[in-house]
Design a protein around this ligand. Sequence first.
Ligand SMILES: Nc1ncnc2c1ncn2[C@@H]1O[C@H](COP(=O)(O)OP(=O)(O)OP(=O)(O)O)[C@@H](O)[C@H]1O
Length: 252
Amino acid sequence: MTPHAPPPIGQAAVAAVDLVKVYGSGDTAVRALDGVSVGFGRAEFTAIMGSSGSGKSTLMHCLAGLDTATSGRVLLGGTELTGQSDRTLTRARRDRIGFVFQAFNLLPQLTAAQNITLPLDLAGREPDRDLLAHLVDVLGLGQRLGHRPSELSGGQQQRVALARALVSRPEVVFADEPTGNLDSRSGAEVLAILRDSVRDLGQTVVMVTHDPIAAAYADRVVLLADGRVAGEIDAPNQGSVTDALRELAVPA
Ligand SMILES: Nc1ncnc2c1ncn2[C@@H]1O[C@H](COP(=O)(O)OP(=O)(O)OP(=O)(O)O)[C@@H](O)[C@H]1O
């Protein structure tokens, strides 16, 4: 078994089993996920890639309990998310999952420090002060904690969002195009921080991206095409990812 071989579904941090998602009905129905089975290993950084419309966002939203599948199962840490009530899903998202979005999604009226601890505050949990101090240090946010998002650059706002996602030690961080709104230097910083969180904190990260440079930071790439898993790349680099995407786009 290679170090980044896909984990057995039952041991994965999060997994999909035969997941199907159909939007709409009748003639206009779209089968966004068409029987996806895939596991995401603990303390691994996995990128989900595929052409536009291949089902990346739908898969991530179903895995994260933001959307419900038409059939199939989602397992978070071995527990079933499928069929749970909205209340249970909300709690799972709050307590067990961290999110990083392309648009940062910080609350404008709160300071950086307040944004970072907001999910823990809502859950009535105390932040781990040592971890918080470590994250503020590695993310270079020490001088920015009292600033509001409008007073921060895009890269700084995304680093606040990363601290918010990581400080609760979630079972999985889902990152949806986290570098999509950043220049290449800020994007590289964000990707390095995600990779280091996996290496140094044992964090599990699942990232949707279009960018082969971003995917090269991951341990493994899962390729989607037409709502199905079309392939995987272990220890990806920019070249292997670009080649795989090119092959997907040109049917044999
Ligand atoms: N709410 C919706 N209603 C109807 N169809 C939808 C909806 N959301 C997504 N789809 C369709 O499902 C398919 C998969 O969409 P999805 O957004 O998951 O793809 P994606 O790979 O994330 O695309 P992109 O890279 O462009 O963001 C597409 O054909 C899309 O048009």
